[in-house]
Ligand binder design. Structure first.
Ligand SMILES: Nc1ncnc2c1ncn2[C@@H]1O[C@H](COP(=O)(O)OP(=O)(O)O)[C@@H](O)[C@H]1O
Ligand SMILES: [Mg+2]
Length: 149
């Protein structure tokens, strides 16, 4: 008799061919993970993390994404419903202790949408409910997005 392996996560893979498809993909991600609030985006520089997060913000009704400085570790937006939404870019973070200084765990526990780029240094703080989104760009520019808890 063979051995069956059961996995505690579900993986879904989507193909994103051009930036103009990002909103459609964002809508699908939100609809297929309606309960998810914390999203961690991994992928090389230029993979398309920020592009996808901006599309997610647009789908959630964020009106103005242009006013925030791009060097901040966290930017706060408002959804169409007036709820806060947080976009973290941990690229410039040097040590995980810096996360305490910005109250990272409180953001994650707030129940608001949290989109995290470069989550590697924060890995220990991410709860099991976090939706991990990985983006890989192929030579031809097509992005493959894999999602799972
Ligand atoms: N799905 C896509 N197809 C083609 N180009 C894309 C796609 N997503 C992003 N790009 C382009 O790749 C570049 C880097 O994207 P960006 O979202 O800033 O990457 P990251 O945040 O992962 O470093 C941008 O010029 C953007 O227009
Ligand atoms: Mg980025």
């Amino acid at each position: 008799m063979g051995t069956w392996h059961f996995f505690a996560f579900v993986l879904a893979t989507i193909t994103l061919r051009k930036p103009s498809e990002a909103e459609e993909v964002a809508r699908f991600i939100l609809q297929s993970h309606a309960e998810a609030r914390v999203f961690a985006f991994t992928g090389d520089l230029g993979a398309g993390k920020t592009t996808l997060i901006k599309a997610l913000c647009t789908v959630l009704g964020v009106a103005d994404q242009t006013s925030s400085p791009s060097f901040a570790i966290v930017n706060e937006y408002r959804t169409g419903g007036g709820d806060p939404l947080y976009h973290f870019d941990l690229y410039r973070l040097k040590v995980a202790e810096e996360l305490e200084g910005i109250g990272f765990d409180e953001y994650l526990d707030s129940g608001s949408y949290c989109f995290i780029e470069w989550p590697e240094l924060a890995a220990d703080r991410l709860q099991p409910g976090t939706l991990h989104v990985s983006i890989v760009a192929a030579q031809n520019g097509v992005r493959t997005i894999t999602m799972g808890h």
